[in-house]
Design a protein around this ligand. Sequence first.
Ligand code: NAD
Length: 307
Amino acid sequence: MNAQAPIKLIDGKAAAARVLAEVAEEVREMKAGGVAPALAVVLVGHDPASQVYVRNKVLRAEECGIRSLEHKLPASTAEADLLALIRGLNADSGVNGILVQLPLPAHIDETRVLQAIDPLKDVDGFHAENVGGLSQGREVLTPCTPAGCLRLLQDTCGDLSGQHAVVIGRSNIVGKPMAALLLKAHCSVTVVHSKSANLRELCRQADIVIAAVGRPRLVDADWLKPGAVVIDVGINRIEEDGRAKLVGDVDFDSALTRAAAITPVPGGVGPMTIAFLMKNTLAAARLQHPAPSTPAQFPEAPCPSIS
Ligand code: NAD
């Protein structure tokens, strides 16, 4: 983007409201056709942050007309019981999407649980079938946070072809699927992480920076090329001036002096994550009830060929 252009605040709340309005409209059409999309949300234990996330997801689902089915289990739940619940939800034709809120208590094997979810109901996109499909450029249910980030980038920059994107972080939830989606959108992608050398120098070469690290204000103006577009995924709770605060992985005030566009924290990526969960629930419902004349729709357009 042009370094001289005024800095643009990327408004995730407004973008998410647009996505949710689209979803609500499509849910209405689906219901008129006899299918009422439903999302099962499973929470194990009493982690306060997870409780807030689950409450927000349930609220957004209801606003879109998606039925939500909450399963709150004690922290002592045995893995076998959780797996049995998931098998039941897989078999229940009235459930279209299944979300297991992470993290799970330490005695439960997260991978085994995620792999137990029917890939067609895997609205988080964490099942290996969907992860593999994404890296092959196939149409699959895609992790919500990176899908939301991609939409913010496309809304801000338009066509991303040929842009150099640096993704900071290589988690299965954000960093890796983000890199796969950016490749699909024809970016040149560099992924950096805690063991990378010359992090700052690599970042300074980027047209697009995605920070998904979990380190408060790690990225400042010195890491950015003038005119870079910055997506801050980080959510860090800190104490500052005697007050609890939420900050991102980017030092917002400093980055503003270099970036062409930037997401705030809060109000950037967070609302898009929930909006794309609703979009995925709708996509999952369509996969299970394809209309005879229309193919199933995925939240992200497929990439016909990646070479
Ligand atoms: P994670 O801990 O699983 O992964 C963090 C990644 O950052 C790792 O790959 C690690 O190698 C890398 N890293 C750590 N320290 C680094 C450093 N100093 N320099 C470079 N790389 C470093 O975290 P995650 O699940 O990917 O989440 C990342 C952040 O995004 C967290 O703050 C999390 O709360 C937030 N998050 C936000 C949303 C949202 O909806 N906004 C969704 C998911 C995660």
